[in-house]
Structure formats: C-alpha cells, structure tokens
Write a protein that binds this ligand. Structure first.
Ligand SMILES: Cc1ncc(C[n+]2csc(CCOP(=O)(O)OP(=O)(O)O)c2C)c(N)n1
Length: 275
C-alpha cells in the first residue's frame, strides 16, 4: 500500500501537478480527499465542477470522480443544472475567488439565495493567479498586484458574510493554516442540505506573496495565523480594529428549505394532476 493514503482518489496519470511550489491548492485537495474518505463517500456519487484558474485545477483533472471543467465564472451555473438533473449526487464546486466571486459573483449570490444543495469550496488567494497576479475583488486594501503596483485602492468583498446574507444554509471561512477546522467544515458542507460555502484563504506565494513581502509559503501561513481572528472575538471588535484581519469560523449553520426538493415537489404535483 502506498504511504500516500489519498493517492487512491487522484488520477495518477496526470501527476505531478501543475501547481507552483508552495501553492495552497495541494492542501485543499488533500483535505477534500480526507473529507470524502472520512465520510465514506463513493467517488462515483460525486460530481466535481470548476471554472477557470489555478484553483479550478484542484478538482479537475486531479480528483478521480466525474469532473466538469467549465468556463470562467460559470461553474455554479453548470453545477445547478447537474444538481437539478441528478439530485442524488454530491455536487461540489472548487474554484478561485476571481472565478466565483469576480466574474461569477452573480451566480454565487443567486445560488445562495435559492439555497440549492451544492457545496462550494472557494479558494481565496486574494488574486487572479493564473493570468499573472492581477487585482481581484478580494485583494486586500493597499496590497500590490500587477495591476495595482502602487497598492490597491478598492476595498475587498467579504465573501463569507455576503453569501451568508444571501441565504446559504452553511458558510465557514478558514485558512490553509487551519487544516483540521477546514476538514470539519468541508465534511459539514458535503452533508449539509442546501447551499454550503467553505471559503479557504490560501497562499499564492508566487503572484501575491512575492509582491507583498511574503516571499514563501511559510511566510504566508505565518501571516494567516498572525492575522486570523475567531468569529466570536471579531464580534466584539470595531470595523477599524478588523481592518486587514481574517475572520475565521462558521458564519452560518441553519436549516432552510432547499431548491431542488421544492422543484421536485412541483414536478410530482404537475404529473399527478396530469394523470
Ligand atoms: C471569459 C474569460 N475572461 C477571462 C479569462 C482569463 N482568466 C483565466 S483564469 C483567470 C483568473 C482566475 O483567477 P481565480 O479564479 O482567482 O483563480 P486562481 O488562478 O487565482 O486560482 C482569468 C481572468 C478567461 N479564461 N475567460
């Protein structure tokens, strides 16, 4: 048996990966595989969907399940169709912050509002990584990117708070420096009825770190740990005190009527009435 227990979940013919040295994508892939393993989910029951970007490569082509690598910003739209057509499958989107909260932001909001039973793992590396490190809607204020060489003058979108407010059943945010909490939340997201989002703050030392005095993955992980504030503590802090901090924890965990179940009730009703 291989000493790499999670290898059985990977398409070995496409290894080694295209990820840069120190990329957080490997951590996310590893933890996701552990979540599937611990829940005893048969990968045949999984459909993985991603958009375009480095983070979109985490499920596709590496994870050995049905994977759909879609167009930029559109994985949630594709996932919605899959879940409606195949309601018994676990439908999981793994993609980047630019993909899901930038160009695809509208799909993210409306999937949360509908509360459709999809698990989304949004890998937030604060940047459009694949295309060379351009500013994203998640880039911290003041951070340097290729398109903000003098510092970002825009405020970042708080993805987790926005998705929780839009109506999701489950929302959590962790960093790649919190692997055990991340594992717990991914397991919850996979089993939660309704829309579930796990936002993973992840390191991109190449495109983000190097321009912001965080040259290596350990530098970035130390920075995550130093700047993270647990949600309970954050609730007692002012917006000024929270400026530049990473609030971590579970933002919402609730039961709420789910879209596909409601849709199927209507479809069954229409068929019964038609008989
Ligand atoms: C319609 C369209 N616009 C732009 C692009 C170029 N593009 C490819 S990947 C990408 C950025 C992806 O960023 P993100 O989702 O944050 O993922 P990361 O690479 O940082 O993991 C962009 C803008 C594209 N492929 N399609």
């Amino acid at each position: 048996m291989s000493k790499y227990r999670m290898l059985k979940y990977l398409r070995q013919e496409v290894l080694p990966t295209t990820m840069c040295l120190g990329c957080g994508g490997g951590t996310v892939l590893n933890i996701f595989a552990n979540a599937v393993d611990e829940l005893g989910i048969d990968p045949k029951d999984l459909v993985m969907v991603s958009g375009i970007g480095c983070s979109a490569w985490i499920p596709s082509p590496y994870f050995k399940a049905d994977t759909l690598h879609t167009t930029h910003g559109r994985p949630i739209a594709f996932a919605t169709g899959i879940k409606v057509g195949l309601p018994d499958k676990y439908v999981v989107v793994i993609s980047g912050d630019g993909d899901l909260a930038g160009i695809g932001g509208n799909h993210l909001l409306h999937a949360a509002r509908r509360n459709i039973d999809i698990a989304v793992i949004l890998v937030n590396n604060f940047i459009h990584g694949m295309t060379g490190g351009q500013v994203a809607p998640t880039t911290p204020f003041g951070a340097k990117t290729t398109t903000t060489p003098y510092g970002n003058i825009e405020h970042p979108l708080n993805i987790s708070e926005t998705v929780a407010a839009a109506g999701a059943s489950y929302v959590a945010r962790w960093t790649t420096a919190n692997p055990f909490m991340l594992l717990k939340s991914i397991k919850k997201a996979l089993t939660k009825k309704g829309f579930a989002l796990v936002e993973v703050i992840s390191q991109c030392p190449v495109q983000f770190g190097q321009r912001n005095k965080l040259r290596s993955a350990p530098d970035m992980l130390r920075w995550f740990l130093k700047n993270s504030v647990p949600l309970k503590k954050a609730m007692k802090m002012s917006p000024e005190e929270l400026e530049g901090k990473i609030v971590i924890g579970e933002f919402i965990d609730r039961e709420r009527v789910e879209f596909v179940e409601e849709l199927n009730k209507i479809i069954r009703g229409v068929y019964v009435n038609a008989d």
